[in-house]
Design a protein. Structure first.
Length: 237
């Protein structure tokens, strides 16, 4: 029989005979083609504002942080992992490398802390602070997204009302917003009414349906009575 090949993308069990008492020691080594982590949908934030003092500081991986570079912080992904980050609304994507640890604020929803440059390259407004994304780890050789030539470091004061910059962090202003329509937007009932209101509204609609059906039944009864009178008049004549 030939030697059985070990399955790919799994842990390999290697039996090593050591000099420690001559015993066999089972050592688990990861395969070179270990499966990539599963994609996930979450919220991404950003860091690297000019007044944070993070520029040039060492990240958790030891690499210096630069706000304009395509990097990100993750609480779980290994350092050096390249991930594709897609804005779930615009479907615009960037490829970034994990070099730091975070975010530690709102860990139940946020899974990634993008550099300011990566956040801007995604097409998101830095002043919004957050963006809903899909994070997909990709092969290590995947090239990173090129940094935006018009990116410039910002401070949080640039996002203050009246700062005069519609999109801080970028040298070019975004296209003007479309002109407002004449029809006023309708309020979202789900945002203005509670469960009790919805229950009462449902009961009201049911009552209206029952009343409408009753009116139809009464109308049919009147038609039948009129037809019966017409038949009786013809027979009497």
């Amino acid at each position: 029989m030939g030697r059985r090949r070990l399955p790919r993308n799994r842990w390999l069990a290697v039996l090593v005979a050591t000099a420690l008492g001559g015993t066999g020691v089972a050592v688990l080594l990861p395969s070179a083609e270990a499966a990539l982590p599963a994609p996930q949908n979450c919220t991404a934030s950003w860091y690297g504002a000019r007044d944070e003092g993070a520029e040039g500081a060492a990240t958790a991986s030891g690499a210096p942080f630069h706000a304009a570079e395509m990097t990100a912080a993750s609480r779980t992904l290994p350092f050096g992992t390249v991930v594709k980050v897609t804005d779930r609304r615009s479907t615009r994507s960037v490829a970034v490398r994990i070099t730091d640890r975070g975010p530690f604020t709102d860990p139940g929803h946020r899974c990634l802390d993008l550099s300011a440059g990566a956040f801007a390259a995604l097409g998101a407004n830095l002043c919004s602070g957050l963006v809903d994304v899909r994070v997909e780890p990709v092969a290590a050789g995947t090239p990173l997204t090129a940094r935006r030539a018009d990116f410039r470091p910002i401070s949080m004061a640039d996002c203050a009302p009246g700062s005069g910059d519609p999109e801080p962090g970028l040298g070019t202003a975004p296209p003007p917003a479309p002109a407002p329509t004449t029809e006023a937007p309708r309020p979202d009932p789900a945002a203005t009414h509670d469960a009790r209101w919805w229950q009462q509204e449902w009961q009201r609609q049911v009552q209206e349906m029952v009343a409408t059906q009753q009116r139809m039944i009464d109308e049919q009864r009147r038609l039948i009575e009129a037809q019966q009178r017409l038949v009786a008049d013809r027979q009497g004549s």
